[in-house]
Write a protein that binds this ligand. Structure first.
Ligand SMILES: NC(=O)C1=CN([C@@H]2O[C@H](COP(=O)(O)OP(=O)(O)OC[C@H]3O[C@@H](n4cnc5c(N)ncnc54)[C@H](OP(=O)(O)O)[C@@H]3O)[C@@H](O)[C@H]2O)C=CC1
Ligand SMILES: O=C(O)C(=O)Cc1ccc(O)cc1
Length: 450
């Protein structure tokens, strides 16, 4: 029965059935949240997982496990495909023709052009397409997180049904076209990940767990390390798919690598005036008055950031200035592509907001920025880290441009293995950091609106 005491199911939709194809991390999260809200769920994963899934959900109210996507498709009113982005065409080709007449179909993949192309190619013409994308990982509370809705081939009535079903997630709906989605997420996701994946590769190449070096580690560094660990603790295909399959991501990830390389060369040449002029011009373009971006309050409260420092500076372990090449390149890249990152806030992930928060923190503080630029040119102790970081950024960009899933996987997994023993601890600090930072950012954004 669909109705429970806490049911979100409105009158008239009591028999509406939601189908989930793919019961991995995201599929399971949706199954659990939607069924708790009273929706009847039909779900499947690969056929060989039928028995184990059935066992897992045995006795769970409102969730019925079926053997495959044909059985889910023919009996559901709204079907969500939550499978790997690289398989989306194959899976929709397989089950799409079994879709119930008049049903609504959508996907959860992080990149929409291949998903929409697959729907158009394989779905019968009498079904509607409303796609979705929860802009957060499966371990994050969906409340107040952006949830993109793409009304691609559907009347308003179908969109409203999807909105009603998903309202129990309490996410913030963002209505976009598939193309708009891919352009924005190329920046909010693909470039964000490229930056942190490159940091991980550089630390790995130098065989460093940077937080274990016996010196003071500042808040920005700690945020960088924790985001990096968070990304490497996830499944490789999520990051590979959203970068390699998003046609907009290639150009953006390539520009990030170009920015890193060109800034690194200016550092090697010791060209402080050239580096300063370039970074100040980028700052003006991205954060300056013409972009109308500088909010009155920083996204990240400096006190929150410093509360995540490790240790206390002492004469033996002083606060060591960093050149923050990864963040300088971020702003250089935004400037080159004429991107105003604040315009992407509505469609942002927690990691993007953190990245923007720490970047803004550096660029708002002229003394800190100048110190970073001086360090970039004068302090040779970072050269080997920066060299590895530059190689890594170019390596990721090449993989994305060439569309090499296999190389991408190997690069990711080798570094994932290096950091594996640290994931559990990083998750604890990371979760705490996310919570604090999110609360601080919500406050900043609220004040900005008022
Ligand atoms: N994880 C995240 O943070 C987010 C992910 N996404 C997107 O959501 C989608 C799902 O991600 P996520 O849940 O993390 O990934 P998972 O790998 O955890 O889940 C995907 C599931 O789909 C299964 N699957 C593959 N082919 C079929 C098939 N023919 N029939 C039924 N099931 C099948 C997979 O099996 P097998 O493993 O054997 O291939 C796997 O169990 C991806 O496209 C991802 O990009 C979106 C937002 C956030
Ligand atoms: O916040 C991030 O960038 C994440 O890493 C989690 C994530 C991964 C894939 C998505 O499609 C959406 C969110």
């Amino acid at each position: 029965m669909a109705s429970t005491q806490t049911s979100h199911v409105p009158a008239g939709m009591e028999n509406f059935t939601v189908g989930l194809i793919g019961m991995g991390d995201m599929g399971r999260m949706y199954a659990e949240k939607l069924s708790e809200a009273g929706w009847r769920i039909l779900a499947c994963d690969r056929e060989d997982r039928y028995d184990s899934l059935k066992e897992k959900y045995n006795g769970k109210k409102n969730i019925e496990i079926l053997r495959n996507g044909h059985l889910v498709s023919r009996a559901s009113d709204y079907i969500i495909y939550s499978v790997e982005a690289a398989f989306i065409d194959r899976v929709i080709a397989q089950y799409g023709p079994s879709t119930k007449m008049g049903a609504i179909v959508g996907g959860q993949t992080s990149c929409k052009s291949p998903e929409i192309a697959a729907f158009e190619a394989h779905l019968p013409s009498d079904v509607f397409i409303v796609s979705i994308h929860s802009l957060h990982g499966p371990g994050v509370d969906p409340q107040n997180q952006p949830l993109v809705l793409i009304q691609h081939r559907a009347p308003d009535s179908a969109l409203h049904k999807v909105e009603t079903v998903l309202s129990c997630l309490k996410s913030k709906y963002v209505h976009l076209t598939a193309k708009e989605h891919d352009r924005i997420t190329a920046d909010t996701q693909a470039v964000t990940h490229a930056a942190f994946l490159s940091m991980g590769k550089a630390w790995h190449a130098n065989r460093q767990y940077p937080w274990e070096l016996s010196r003071y580690v500042g808040g920005i560094e700690n945020v960088k390390m924790n985001i990096m660990l968070r990304i490497y603790s996830q499944k490789w295909h999520v990051y590979a798919g959203l970068a390699i399959l998003n046609p907009e991501a290639r150009q953006q990830v390539a520009q990030y690598a170009r920015s890193v390389t060109e800034l690194y060369k200016l550092m090697l040449e010791g060209d402080l005036p050239g580096l300063t002029a370039r970074i100040y011009a980028a700052r003006e373009k991205v954060f300056g008055p013409s972009s109308n971006a500088w909010a009155s309050r920083p996204l990240l409260e400096p006190s929150i950031l410093s509360s995540f420092s490790l240790g206390t500076p002492t004469p033996e372990t002083p606060a060591r200035p960093n050149n923050h090449l990864s963040l300088l390149a971020m702003v250089d890249c935004w400037a080159a592509l004429a991107i105003v990152p604040y315009d992407h806030m509505l469609c942002s992930t927690p990691l993007f907001r953190l990245r923007l928060g720490v970047t803004e923190h550096l660029f708002r503080n002229t003394d800190m920025l100048d110190e970073a630029l001086r360090t970039a040119v004068d302090d040779k102790r970072y050269r080997s880290d920066d060299l590895e970081f530059t190689f890594a950024a170019r390596g990721w960009a090449e993989c994305v441009t060439l569309g090499h899933f296999e190389t991408w996987e190997k690069r990711f997994v080798s570094t994932q293995e290096f950091f594996q023993p640290r994931f559990a601890d990083a998750k604890k600090v990371g979760d705490e950091m996310m919570k604090k930072v999110q609360a601080s950012m919500d406050e900043a954004l609220k004040l900005e609106k008022d």
